[in-house]
Design a protein around this ligand. Structure first.
Ligand SMILES: Cc1cc2nc3c(=O)[nH]c(=O)nc-3n(C[C@H](O)[C@H](O)[C@H](O)COP(=O)(O)OP(=O)(O)OC[C@H]3O[C@@H](n4cnc5c(N)ncnc54)[C@H](O)[C@@H]3O)c2cc1C
Length: 624
C-alpha cells in the first residue's frame, strides 16, 4: 500500500487531494490522507467579509467531510508539529503518520517584522478565528463607547487602524467603512465620531495594481471617509495606540495587522531549504529541492518560473495551478509518465472595497484589462464561483449566492439590495390558491370534453391550408351552421381568437415547423402524438392546479405553470390573461408552498432522505 499524505486543507491541499482521488480512483493499493488541524476549509479571501459583518460566519467555511463525500480521501484532524523527512514520518499532536509521498500546503501566517508590540497588541486577519475575534472586537468597541463619557477614551475606542495597504488591508478597511453606517445606527453613534485609518510604509496603496486603478481605489476610500497614510514607517503598537514614524501616535483600541505574511509555524521549523519569508525552495516540478518525494503547494512554494524575476505570488490562482501540476507529477512518480514543469499563467487581481465597489486588473499575462465598480465585483464573484464549482459544486455556489446576493443585508452587494428584499411567504398563499383554482377549472372543463369525445382535437389548431381549400371549407362550415347557438359560439370563438396575444413571425415559424413535424399527417389530419400531447396538457392543468392548491411540490408546479403559459403563448392561442399565469408562476417558485401548504411538512423530510443518496452527496446536488 502506497501512502500519499496531503498536509493542509487550504486552497492548494483540497484541490490536490481532489485531483489525486480522481486519478487514483481505481487503485486499491493507494491511500490518500488529507491532514488539517481544522475540520473545514476556510475561504481566506472572504475573511474581511466576516470581520466586518457582511456575511455570516458560516459563509466562509466548507466542511471537509462534505467536500470529500464519496471520494477516496481519508480526512484526518490533527495538527502536525514536525516532519521527519529521513524516515518519512509526520508527527502530529494526536498521532504519527507515515508517507511515501507528501504534499505540503500549510499556508501562511502574519509577519510582524520584529516591530515592537505588533504581535502582542494588534489583531491579525489570517484565519477564521481571527475574523470572528476581530468582528467581536469591533462590535464590542462600539458597544463600550456608548457607555463611556470621557471623550478621549471614546475617540480611542472608535478609531480603527489597519496597518498594511496591500489587498488584504484595503479589503479590510473598505469593508469596515461600509460597516460603519450599520454599526452607528445599531449603537447610536454619530458617524463623524468614527475614525478609520489605513497606513503603510509603501508610497502608495495596492502597489500590485496599475496606477489608474490605484487612483480609483484611493478616491473611493477617501469618499468613504477613510484616512490614507502612506510612506510612513510603523514603529510600534501599544495596547491603545499605533506609532507611525518617530512620534505620530494614533490612539486606537483596534489595530489590525495586514502588513505582511510568512510561512506557517510548521514550515519555519522544517529541515528543508527555504527562501523568501519561510517558503520552501522547490524545483520546476514543485518538489522540495532536498526530497523528491515531497511536493509543495500554494503559498508555501518558493519558485521563480523560467523567464520571471520574482517568485510565484502567494495567491489563490497559484494554489490552483500548483495543485493540478502536483497531482499530475505525483501520478507520474507512481505510475510512470512524463512530469511537467511549473509554468503558471496568472490572470490578474481583484480587490473589493466593501461589497459594492471593487477594482480589478484581469485578462491574460500579456494583456490585462482594467475594471472598477460593478464589473470588477462581477469578475470577483465569478472567479469565486469557478473555484467553488471545483470544490463543492452546486451546494457551495448556491449558498454563496444566498450569502452574497439574495440574503445580503443593508444593500452590501454590487447589485445593492434589489435581490435580497424579502416579503413573508404567507402573502403568496392567496395567489397560489388562485392560480391553482384557475388551472383546475380550465383543466376540468377540457377533461370533460375529452371524456365526451377523445378523438376531438381542440388544443391544436387544424393544419393551415391553401386559400382555395380554406375558403371552400369555410363555406361548407357556414352551410353546416344550422342553429343559432352554433353560430353564436363561432362568433365567440372568432372574437377570442382576435384577443390572442400576438406572436412574432419568427416564433410562429418555428412553432409551425415543429407542429408540422410532430402533430400533422400529410393529409392534414392529426398524428397520435397530437392526441397524446392534448391529453397531457389537460392532465398537466389539472395536476398543477391541485399541486398549487395543496402547496405540494409548489416550485415544480410553479415552474410548470410558467412553462405551460410560454407554450400556449407560442402556439398563438393564448389570451391576454395568460400573462397572469406566467407572472403568478414566477412569484410562486420561491417556496410559496412552505407556508400553509404540504411542502412545509414534506420538504424537510425529503431533504434529509435526498442528502443521504450517495450520488447526490458525491456531486453536491443539495442545499444545506
Ligand atoms: C484576508 C485575506 C484576503 C485574501 N484575498 C485574496 C484574494 O482576493 N485573491 C487571492 O488570490 N488571494 C487572496 N488571499 C491569499 C490566499 O488566501 C492564499 O494565497 C491562499 O489561501 C493560499 O492557499 P494555501 O492552500 O497555500 O494555504 P491556506 O489556504 O492558508 O491553507 C493552509 C491550511 O493548512 C492548515 N495548516 C497549517 N498548519 C498546519 C499544521 N501544522 N497542521 C495541520 N494543518 C495545518 C491550515 O489549517 C489551513 O487549512 C487573501 C488572504 C487573506 C488572509
Amino acid at each position: 500500500m502506497k501512502e500519499i499524505v496531503v498536509l493542509g486543507a487550504g486552497y492548494g491541499g483540497v484541490l490536490t487531494a481532489k485531483k489525486l482521488a480522481k486519478r487514483f480512483k481505481k487503485d486499491q493499493d493507494i491511500r490518500i490522507r488529507l491532514i488539517d488541524r481544522k475540520p473545514f476549509h476556510t475561504m481566506m479571501t472572504e475573511l474581511h467579509e466576516v470581520a466586518a459583518g457582511r456575511v455570516d460566519e458560516d459563509a466562509i467555511k466548507m466542511d471537509l467531510n462534505k467536500i470529500f463525500a464519496g471520494l477516496k480521501v481519508d480526512i484526518v484532524l490533527d495538527e502536525i508539529t514536525n516532519i521527519d523527512f529521513k524516515s518519512n514520518k509526520l508527527q502530529g499532536k494526536r498521532d504519527t503518520y507515515k508517507y511515501d509521498h507528501l504534499v505540503i500546503g500549510t499556508g501562511c501566517k502574519p509577519s510582524f517584522f520584529g516591530i515592537p508590540g505588533a504581535e502582542e497588541h494588534s489583531f491579525s486577519l489570517w484565519s477564521f478565528e481571527d475574523a470572528v475575534k476581530l468582528k467581536q472586537q469591533i462590535r464590542q468597541m462600539f458597544m463600550d463607547a456608548t457607555k463611556v463619557t470621557d471623550p478621549e477614551m471614546r475617540k480611542q475606542m472608535l478609531t480603527f487602524v489597519v496597518v498594511g495597504a496591500g489587498f488584504t488591508g484595503v479589503e479590510m478597511i473598505g469593508e469596515l467603512a461600509e460597516y460603519r453606517e450599520q454599526l452607528c445606527k445599531e449603537f447610536y453613534v454619530d458617524e463623524s465620531e468614527v475614525r478609520l485609518v489605513v497606513a503603510d510604509m509603501a508610497p502608495k496603496i495596492l502597489p500590485i495594481l496599475p496606477q489608474n486603478l490605484i487612483d480609483k481605489a484611493d478616491k473611493y476610500l477617501r469618499k468613504m471617509k477613510v484616512e490614507i497614510i502612506t510612506g510612513t514607517k510603523i514603529s510600534g503598537v501599544t495596547p491603545n495606540s499605533v506609532i507611525l514614524g518617530e512620534d505620530n501616535e494614533i490612539k486606537s483600541s483596534t489595530v489590525i495587522w495586514t502588513a505582511g505574511v510568512e510561512g506557517s509555524d510548521l514550515v519555519g521549523n522544517l529541515d528543508v531549504q527555504q527562501q523568501g519569508r519561510k517558503r520552501i525552495l522547490t524545483n520546476d516540478k514543485l518538489q522540495s529541492v532536498d526530497y523528491d518525494n515531497v511536493y509543495v503547494v500554494g503559498d508555501n512554494i518558493f519558485y521563480i518560473p523560467e523567464g520571471e524575476e520574482r517568485p510565484v505570488p502567494q495567491m489563490v490562482e497559484n494554489a490552483e495551478h500548483s495543485a493540478g501540476l502536483i497531482a499530475h507529477n505525483l501520478v507520474c512518480d507512481i505510475k510512470g509518465g512524463t512530469q511537467k514543469s511549473y509554468k503558471p499563467a496568472f490572470h490578474g487581481t481583484m480587490v473589493s472595497i466593501g461589497g459594492r465597489y471593487g477594482v480589478a486588473a484581469v485578462g491574460t499575462p500579456k494583456k490585462l484589462f482594467h475594471f472598477s465598480g460593478f464589473l470588477a465585483m462581477f469578475f470577483k464573484h465569478m472567479i469565486n464561483i469557478v473555484y467553488f464549482l471545483q470544490v463543492l459544486g452546486f451546494n457551495k455556489v448556491w449558498t454563496y449566492l444566498m450569502h452574497e446576493v439574495f440574503h445580503i443585508e443593508n444593500r452590501r452587494s454590487f447589485v445593492g439590495g434589489h435581490f435580497s428584499k424579502r416579503s413573508p411567504n404567507f402573502w403568496l398563499v392567496p395567489l397560489r390558491i388562485y392560480v391553482g383554482v384557475m388551472w383546475l377549472l380550465q383543466g376540468w372543463e377540457k377533461a370533460g370534453k375529452l371524456l365526451k369525445d377523445p378523438s376531438q382535437m381542440f388544443l391544436i389548431p387544424p393544419k393551415a391550408m391553401d386559400g382555395v381549400t380554406a375558403a371552400t371549407e369555410a363555406v361548407d362550415a357556414v352551410h353546416s351552421t344550422v342553429d343559432a347557438q352554433t353560430a353564436a359560439s363561432a362568433v365567440e370563438g372568432a372574437s377570442t381568437a382576435i384577443k390572442a396575444i400576438p406572436v412574432p413571425d419568427f416564433i410562429k415559424g418555428m412553432v409551425d415547423w415543429s407542429m408540422d413535424l410532430m402533430f400533422y399527417t400529410s393529409d392534414g389530419g392529426y398524428t397520435s402524438l397530437a392526441y397524446i400531447f392534448q391529453g397531457c396538457m389537460v392532465a398537466a392543468e389539472v395536476i398543477f392546479g391541485i399541486m398549487l392548491i395543496l402547496g405540494l411540490f409548489t416550485a415544480i408546479a410553479a415552474i410548470g405553470t410558467c412553462a405551460m403559459s410560454v407554450m400556449i403563448y407560442t402556439s398563438g392561442m393564448a389570451p391576454y390573461e395568460m400573462f397572469w399565469y406566467f407572472f403568478g408562476g414566477i412569484a410562486l417558485i420561491g417556496g410559496s408552498g412552505s407556508t400553509f401548504g404540504l411542502d412545509y411538512y414534506l420538504y424537510p423530510r425529503l431533504k434529509r432522505i435526498w442528502k443521504k443518496i450517495p450520488i447526490v452527496r458525491r456531486w453536491y446536488l443539495y442545499t444545506d
